[in-house]
Design a protein around this ligand. Structure first.
Ligand code: UD1
Length: 367
């Protein structure tokens, strides 16, 4: 069978790496990679392919940035050509970005089956573009591969047949464990941030890029206030997303000199920094989960999360987006109460293996 595996934006690349590696072990599967080009800067895209050992994509759609409609439409038009040419049996999408939505719709209308990896997550916040992407994708998905119990409950409540929901664990954690092993085997020596990390000793690691947090001046300044206060106590390492870099200039956001601004980092270097942080502050979905898997205290800079297992079982605390609530959550996290974590069921590095077992059956070779 032929499967097109889709990725477009940075958080997708961590998820397709283990899926693609595992596909190679199934002789009955021809898996081809499609990169939509939603993210395109070297640091946001190519660097991840190199870091995560993903081969060159078979198809590059060159969609680029734009409004949601423009970006989604460009991906749809280009992906339809690929589907018509390739006639795949199945497409596999991951996560909740615009590429996930665009490719699912195109495939389904061409009567091609859709598998959604990380299906069923819900923040119930329709102001998030990702929530719309998740809901629409799941409305037309054939195979639901889920990461946590809440996703099963959400899908069942939405009337999805039980036999199509597969609790496989989390491919993001497959990738994390794979890369962690590489790091432990000494892959860190030439990171430019080695001396920064050694020099700081104790530090907080920060990522921030959600439109709701950085596009509005009021929200960004409120969060910046809290960050400057945290920085008075602990230095912060902050790799800055291109959207955030742009909005810092637009809004004239001033950050403490104890907040060390970096360009976006590759996966391994970022892991090298956050895994030893006193605390991670983030509005990313993936980092909430990765910190949970490694038991690193995490304060999420959002009012809600579509990943409740990270709070129930893991080290994650919702900090909200107001100065006072963020500082309260940071105090709780730093006082050790955030570090009560257990690792969620099936976050064991074998999710991709389970996915292909469902799709292609048991025949598998070790390569
Ligand atoms: C997208 C995803 C989001 C994910 C995030 C991770 C959607 C709706 N959003 O948001 O879920 O968490 O990726 O990064 O799919 N830009 C560059 N270089 C790039 C890519 C983007 O400079 O390689 C700039 C562009 O000016 C663009 C802005 O960043 O306008 C935002 O990029 P975009 O892909 O629209 O959304 P993200 O905020 O990255």
């Amino acid at each position: 069978m032929e499967v097109l595996l889709i990725a477009g934006a940075r958080p997708n690349f961590m998820k397709i790496a283990p899926i693609y590696r595992e596909a190679l072990k199934h002789p009955s599967v021809v898996c081809k990679l499609v990169h939509t080009g939603q993210h395109y800067d070297y640091e946001m895209s190519q660097a991840f392919f190199e870091d995560l050992e993903i081969p060159e994509p078979h198809f590059f759609l060159n969609a680029g940035s734009g409004s949601h409609a423009e970006q989604t439409a460009k991906i749809m038009v280009a992906f339809e050509n690929v589907c018509v040419q390739e006639k795949p049996d199945l497409i596999m999408v991951v996560g909740d970005v615009n590429s996930t939505l665009a490719c699912s719709i195109v495939a389904k209308k061409l009567l091609i089956q859709v598998a959604h990896v990380e299906a069923g997550l819900r923040s119930f916040d329709l102001t998030m573009p990702e929530e719309i992407n998740r809901m629409v994708t799941d409305a037309i998905t054939d195979y639901f591969f889920v990461t946590e119990q809440s996703a099963i409950e959400n899908l069942e409540r939405e009337g999805k047949p039980k036999e199509r929901i597969h609790f496989v664990g989390h491919v993001m954690i497959d990738n994390l464990l794979h890369q962690l092993k590489k790091l432990e085997n000494g892959a860190k020596a030439d990171f430019p941030t080695v001396s920064l990390k050694d020099g700081l000793g104790e530090y907080v690691f920060l990522t921030l890029h959600r439109p709701a947090n950085v596009d509005s001046r009021e929200s960004f300044l409120e969060i910046a206030d809290a960050l400057n206060e945290v920085a008075a106590e602990y230095p912060i390492i902050f790799p800055v997303h291109p959207r955030t870099r742009k909005m810092m200039e637009v809004h004239g956001v001033e950050l403490s000199p104890r907040i060390h601004l970096l360009s976006p980092l590759g996966f391994k270097e970022s892991l090298y920094l956050w895994k030893d942080a006193l605390m991670v502050m983030t509005d990313s979905g993936g980092l909430q989960e990765e910190t949970t898997a490694l038991g690193v205290p995490c304060v999420t800079l959002r009012e809600n999360t579509e990943r409740p297992i990270t709070i129930q079982m893991g080290t994650n605390i919702l900090g909200g987006v107001k100065r006072d609530s963020i500082l309260r959550a940071c105090r709780e996290s730093l006082s050790g109460r955030g570090k009560r974590g257990g690792v969620p069921p099936r976050w064991d590095g074998r999710a991709a293996e389970r996915i292909w077992e469902v799709i292609a059956g048991g025949e598998r070779t070790e390569t």
